[in-house]
Design a protein around this ligand. Structure first.
Ligand code: AMP
Length: 446
């Protein structure tokens, strides 16, 4: 296949960047990447209605499965760095294909992406590497699942093995519910992703997200975050892709992060290397802080969404240099991320009905938005024939704000949300409840 010296691995140029994906995460990445003056143009494939409003950014359209055309386009645009956002192309090996054509790619190959694309593979990997995680059973039939569910002391967590957009996990409250969830998965609720079911012991504790930018061997940690996965207030309702987040989390002190690094992060990277997996991209650790220490709930092979939208406003112009160093295997290992003296929070506005069925194409109206230390990253939007911004996904907008304390952060976010409307708009009112100081009145109303 043809290559181009401008974008070969040896180049340190950073003029043209290609970001693959169309969500809030890719909006936030483009927004952080454009800060660097070396970057001249950012192409988003396909992007969404929000990405084109970002400085230096432009959407391009092309069928991702048409690899020949994609490679031609990357050469034509003289792309210096490709950043692959979502898990599906990573799991499908897009990173491998582009690297084989000598492009600098931020995003693991399909081998590393298996940490996310197969929950049973990830669990076996953790057991082999001695990484703390909940006990589990990998099952391929309903009969076997039934046996395990009714032999276990408590109801289990039921997971489809493959990719299911964050919706393939059921934290059940009774053995009957564990069985029902297993049955639904085996019946094909998540297609091929449900050919294998992982049953897990339910563990307890607050959840935190830790991100490592990896170059295959070395890594740099991003600020920690806390996500809100459940649809409704008080962390009730079904699991979603994420309804909001905040960063950094005060739960993780410097000392506790050292423990996580020693018990989880470094053993993971070392175990990948032992398997000859050169992981060049972001490795996401979804952790639960239990009474017996941190345990891995899940790995992701990409930036979490909405954690990415939350963290990107804390990044400075050197962020893109780190992505490039990871892609080129050139981290020194002592890089640190300069974080401003600010906190960040994000609230997601969704379509009515998400995470189940929802309507799209509904016009979105913006009132008087306070843009100071606030960003609105489009998650699922498009332009209709009248050039109006309309809803085009379950998660529609990410409203992100920064401030000196989390009360200020979320007051701003919710004030801006009042200025946004589309038919059926829904968002949780309690994002960041763990870190917002309640007023006397709020404490009284219980
Ligand atoms: P996952 O997609 O694997 O991160 O799971 C989604 C959510 O389900 C997690 O964020 C947890 O809230 C919950 N969950 C997953 N596994 C467990 C477990 N073993 N014990 C308790 N809760 C879990």
């Amino acid at each position: 296949m043809s290559t181009n010296s401008n974008n070969s691995k040896s180049s340190n140029k950073l003029e043209n960047i290609l970001i693959i994906g169309n969500g809030g995460r890719e909006n936030a990445l483009a927004w952080a990447i454009q800060k660097n003056e070396l970057v001249k143009r950012i192409y988003l494939l396909p992007g969404n209605a929000g990405t084109e409003k970002i400085n230096k950014s432009e959407n391009i359209s092309l069928d991702l499965d048409n690899i020949e055309e994609l490679i031609k386009k990357i050469n034509f645009l003289k792309i210096d760095l490709v950043v692959i956002g979502p898990e599906t192309p990573l799991a499908d090996g897009l990173g491998d294909i582009l690297r084989a054509s000598n492009f600098a790619v931020f995003g693991p190959g399909s081998d590393g992406a298996k940490l996310e694309s197969s929950k049973s593979w990830a669990k076996e990997f953790m057991i082999e590497a001695g990484i703390p995680t909940a006990n589990f059973w990998k099952v391929k039939s309903l009969d076997k699942a039934k046996e395990i569910i009714f032999a276990s002391k408590n109801p289990l967590v039921v997971k489809a093995d493959g990719l299911a957009s964050g919706k393939g996990v059921f934290v059940t409250e009774s053995k009957e519910a564990s069985l029902k969830a297993t049955e639904e998965i085996f019946k094909g609720k998540f297609g091929n992703a449900g050919e294998i079911v992982v049953l897990e012991e339910k563990i307890e504790g607050p959840e935190v997200s830790v991100f490592a930018l990896c170059d295959g061997e070395k890594y740099v940690l991003l600020p920690t975050a806390q996500d809100h996965k459940r649809l409704n207030e008080n962390d009730e309702g079904p699991n979603t892709g994420g309804m909001g987040a905040y960063s950094p989390t005060p739960l993780i002190t410097k000392t506790y992060l050292e423990r996580i690094t020693k018990e989880i992060i470094e053993p993971t990277i070392e175990a990948l290397l032992r398997k000859n997996i050169e992981y060049k991209g972001v490795l996401y650790f979804g952790l639960m802080i239990t009474n017996s220490g941190p345990k891995v709930i899940e790995y992701n092979c990409r930036f979490g969404d909405p954690e990415c939208q939350t963290i990107m406003p804390l990044m400075d112009k050197d962020f893109v240099n780190l992505l490039q160093k990871c892609a080129l295997g050139k981290l020194v290992g002592n890089e640190t991320i300069k974080v401003p003296d600010k906190l960040s929070g994000c609230v997601i506005a969704t379509s009515k009905g998400y995470p189940s069925k929802y309507e799209t194409g509904l016009p979105i109206y913006f009132g008087n938005i306070d843009a100071e230390d606030c960003q609105i990253f489009d998650s699922g939007t498009s332009l209709n024939s009248k050039n109006q911004i309309v809803t085009n996904g379950g998660r529609v907008l990410s409203i992100v704000c920064q401030g000196k304390d989390f009360n200020t952060v979320f007051e701003k976010a919710y004030k801006n949300l009042k200025e946004i409307s589309f038919e059926g708009i829904y968002y949780r009112k309690d994002i960041g409840h763990q870190v917002r100081i309640k007023t006397v009145n709020e404490r009284l109303i219980k």
